[in-house]
Ligand binder design. Structure first.
Ligand code: ARG
Length: 598
């Protein structure tokens, strides 16, 4: 929990008040639940009506515990707090809520000097210090192009990695490539039969895709191709050198291509690995399950039965000895736990793989149960499937097999092209127009993936992904450029030591509050693995700023931020600076660049 002076003070005072007012209950229960200040801190909310208070604390859940009704609880606690030494807050009660008012000047001085002093480090914290978190994301399949199907995991995961870094966690971003599996048998068959001899060693991912598609077309007619593919994959698994060389080739073509796209997008990883890396680590995994007496035979296959858990069995090894996706994930989990000693292992993967992850975590729990691993040494509890909804494409489902795939790079190019057209209309003489257009195009795409909560399905619609108006990435970027331009026009010094009582209109107050609450938004986003919370916060801040920027005075003229009134200008400009810092840093956490002009 990131500390906020006012909330902390409320929590301490409320805790004291509960203890005095409900002394009997306190004796019974002790320093738990409502009597505990950190419980109170965690339950402070934003008030429905922001004119009533800066924060609110509901007491509806306390009625039963305290044997009193909520309105009465709220008013007794309010009275007790208000009669204590006044410091930074005052409270009032209404219908089961305690509303908390803060002293604006104190809050403004504190927040603004924090931003000015720390600049892009504003909002950083050390709550993650000493904790290690692994974030696995993107993980495309090689020998297939990088399609929009992998866009959400890539963008969400990249953002989560940045958010955890910001909070002081030792964070490791992992790209777990799909570089093993029966599809390579198909690729090898297709390559051996149909590879274009004039292209040898010059193939691109598109050429590989064409071979993959052809395999599936021909296999409709000729069923024996599937058997050939299985045989080629078995040869690959047993180390056949020709097949291995082909596999290496496919892998290299793909990785080169992916790296290029990641570079364009500004996506980073700390460790690029893949399923094949685990090939020599699976025997020991299967052994461990065998030693724990958890495996059985089913039609020649080696399985871990999960019937009691209402889950399909874990297929560790097929009858022909081939291992599977899940076997590799189990091995990968054990390997990473051993290598990194992580506190958390996040899998940013679509919701359609949730059964897979349930099977995996269940099997690991059973393994530790069987090994009687004590609770504080368990690793099986540290994995988390950070799932997200599917991307839908109108009525067409994407299918790589049929070659229906939207290349991510085409989406990026299209977005940059549109952005460039818009810039040329508005600011034709902008410097580095192509670079900025790319940043804006990417801003639109990235934002479109975080504009809703991750578990919601999203529809991929070109118009939406490339939209520049309303709540979009480009709108935030545009606001940042506007803020930058104001800062360029201001010739004076920036100094947080100003008279905050000059910032006395509602727009200015709102901005200060949102700048303060940016810290909370980051912490909340991390807690529920939801970059969307930062995205929403930035939209609110941008809207508040734009309202302030366009505000008119009593005579209907724009109330300019930079005016002849030097004291007022100084006060407003630090506010502008604070908003600029927060929007830029917030965009960074989402993976989006913030141009200075556009
Ligand atoms: N390569 C897989 C796919 O594209 C995603 C991998 C997800 N991560 C994992 N550890 N299983 O569907």
């Amino acid at each position: 929990m990131l500390e906020n002076k006012f909330k902390s003070e409320f929590a301490l005072k409320a805790s004291e008040a509960f203890k005095t007012v409900y002394a009997d209950k306190y004796k019974e229960i002790g320093d738990e639940q409502v009597f505990n200040s950190s419980f109170i801190l965690d339950n402070i909310e934003k008030p429905k009506d922001s004119t009533k208070g800066r924060f609110a604390f509901p007491v509806f859940r306390h009625g039963k515990l305290l044997g009193d009704n909520p309105p009465s609880i709220a008013s007794k606690i309010t009275e007790a707090i208000n009669s204590s030494d006044k410091n930074l807050i005052s409270v009032s009660s209404i219908a089961g809520f305690i509303n908390i008012q803060t002293d604006f000047n104190v809050e403004a001085a504190e927040t603004i000097s924090d931003v000015i002093k720390n600049d892009s480090n504003y909002g950083s914290s050390d709550i993650g210090n000493g904790k290690k978190i692994l974030v696995e994301y993107s993980s495309p399949n090689i020998a297939k192009p990088f399609g929009v199907g992998h866009i959400r995991t890539t963008i969400l995961g990249n953002s989560l990695r940045r958010i955890f870094l910001k909070l002081g966690y030792d964070t490791i971003g992992i790209n777990y490539l799909g570089d093993w599996g029966t599809q390579f048998g198909k690729m090898i068959v297709a390559y051996k039969k149909w590879a274009d001899p004039t292209l040898i060693d010059k193939e691109t991912v598109s050429d590989l895709l064409a071979l993959y598609v052809r395999f599936h077309e021909e296999a409709e007619e000729n069923k024996s191709l599937e058997d050939e593919a299985r045989d080629e994959f078995k040869k690959l698994e047993s180390g056949d050198s020709e097949n291995n060389a082909l596999w290496e080739k496919f892998r290299k073509i793909s990785i080169d291509e992916f790296s290029r796209v990641y570079d364009i997008m500004g996506i980073e990883f700390d460790w690029i690995t893949g399923e094949a890396f685990l090939n020599d680590k699976m025997e020991s995994t299967i052994d461990a399950f065998e030693k724990a007496n958890l495996v059985s035979e089913s039609d020649g296959a080696t399985i871990v039965d999960l019937q009691d858990e209402q889950l399909p069995p874990v297929l560790l090894k097929k009858a022909d000895g081939a291992t599977l996706y899940l076997t590799r994930d189990l091995s990968g989990y054990l390997y990473r736990a051993d290598k990194y000693k992580f506190d958390e292992m996040l899998y940013v993967v679509a919701v359609n793989q949730s059964v897979h992850f349930q099977q995996m975590f269940k099997a690991l729990t059973m393994l530790e149960d069987a090994q009687s691993v004590p609770d504080d040494k368990r690793i099986s509890t540290k994995g988390k499937h950070v799932d997200f909804g599917m991307i839908k494409f109108g009525d067409k489902m994407m299918s790589t097999r049929k070659g229906h795939i939207i290349f991510l790079e085409d989406v990026i190019k299209e977005a940059a092209k549109l952005a460039k057209e818009k810039i040329e209309e508005k600011t034709p003489d902008l410097e580095n127009i192509d670079e900025i257009a790319l940043q804006i195009g990417l801003g639109a795409i990235f934002y479109s993936q975080m504009s809703v909560r991750r578990q919601k399905d999203v529809n991929f619609r070109w118009e939406e992904v490339l939209s520049f108006e309303g709540e979009t990435g480009p709108y935030l970027q545009y606001t940042h450029a506007r803020l930058s331009s104001l800062m360029r026009n201001y010739k004076g010094t920036i100094d947080a030591d100003i008279d905050f009582s000059l910032l006395d209109c509602p727009e200015e107050k709102r901005i200060v509050e949102l700048v303060t609450d940016f810290k909370q938004a980051i912490a909340d986003a991390a807690r529920v693995y939801e970059p969307n919370m930062i995205a929403n916060h930035l939209i609110e801040l941008a809207a508040a700023f734009n309202k302030f920027y366009q505000r008119k005075d009593t005579e209907g003229r724009i109330d300019k931020i930079i005016s002849d009134n030097t004291e007022l200008t100084k006060a407003r400009i630090v506010l502008v600076k604070a908003v600029q810092v927060v929007i830029k840093e917030g965009l960074y956490l989402l993976g989006i660049k913030a141009p200075e002009a556009m």
